[in-house]
Ligand binder design. Structure first.
Ligand SMILES: [Cu+2]
Length: 288
């Protein structure tokens, strides 16, 4: 060992590659690759193709007359925004998938395989862009979701009984009972009048006490945007103000046995006069 230079004995870090172009230049180089450009073009194309989805979803939901309450309007808005925000990422993932399937098929004949590109997985700007954009989108959705959730909770009267809500016109209380496989609605303010169709007055807060006689069901007033479990031996509460006259749907949203799919009935939202007449004709007392 004698005579050797001391510096060669100390272990050295492997030499950092010095021939790598700077981050921005590497992205430019990468973008010049034909496949990168094709993937980006595909992303934009697929993005535009997916765009109508936002409206198609709303159109599908509105087929039966939704939104019939502020809650449903909030829910639809949220579905619209979530779809819109997810489109750029979905489009990019599908573009990579499509291009990988179609562009990287078997190499035929003497065709040389495509040249590898400079790796961008360790590219600072690339990594910051990718994680930054997707984090921002996700963060926006979390904030939006929390605000909408608070709004919907307020509109369904949270945990405060509707008739204790400040500044609300007198509410209607309806006891909802699920059982295999029918719904029953009882109106305690009208001599316990019962009905198998959910009659509701327009523009008045309706407060639901929901329970079940047997298994767990879920009371779903589709176009009004409320859905809550109906549990045996317990009462769950929610509420809504219908803001549209019409006939809508109640369904069971919890698999509850053989005829779960048929556990449905109608909601009839009537103007106050019409609702009062229905109450009188059905033997209940008139609303005070
Ligand atoms: Cu059910």
């Amino acid at each position: 060992m004698s005579g050797t230079n001391a510096s060669t004995l100390t272990p050295e870090e492997p030499e950092a590659p010095t021939n790598r172009p700077p981050s921005m230049r590497r992205i430019k180089l990468w973008l010049q690759r034909p496949y990168a450009r094709k993937v980006l073009i595909l992303t934009v194309l697929i993005g535009f193709l997916l765009l109508p989805l936002c409206w198609l979803l709303l159109a599908a939901m509105n087929q039966t007359g939704a939104p019939a309450s502020d809650i449903m309007k909030d829910i639809e808005q949220t579905i619209f925004v979530f779809t819109l925000v997810s489109i750029p990422i979905t489009a990019f993932v599908f573009a990579v998938l499509l291009y990988s399937l179609l562009g990287w098929r078997r190499v035929t004949g003497d065709e040389p395989p495509m040249q590898d590109s400079p790796a961008i997985r360790t590219n600072t700007i690339g990594v910051i862009l990718w994680t930054g954009v997707s984090s921002l989108l996700a963060f926006f959705l979390v904030v939006w979701g929390l605000i909408e959730l608070a709004q919907i909770t307020a509109n369904s009267y949270g945990s405060i009984s509707a008739d204790e809500q400040p500044g609300q016109p007198k509410s209607e209380i309806i006891n909802v009972t699920g059982q295999q496989w029918v719904w029953t609605f009882e109106y305690p303010q009208h001599d316990g009048l019962t009905s198998d169709v959910l009659y509701m007055p327009l523009d008045r807060p309706v407060y639901f006490n929901v329970t079940s006689k047997d298994v767990i069901h879920s009371f779903w007033a589709v176009e009004l945007g409320i859905k809550i479990d109906a549990n045996p031996g317990a009462i769950t509460q929610t509420g809504v103000t219908a803001n549209k006259v019409g006939t809508f749907n109640v369904r069971c949203a919890e698999l509850c046995g053989m005829h779960h799919a048929y556990m449905q009935t109608e909601i009839r939202v009537l103007e106050q006069d019409g609702f009062d007449s229905w109450v009188r004709e059905s033997g209940g007392k008139k609303t005070s």
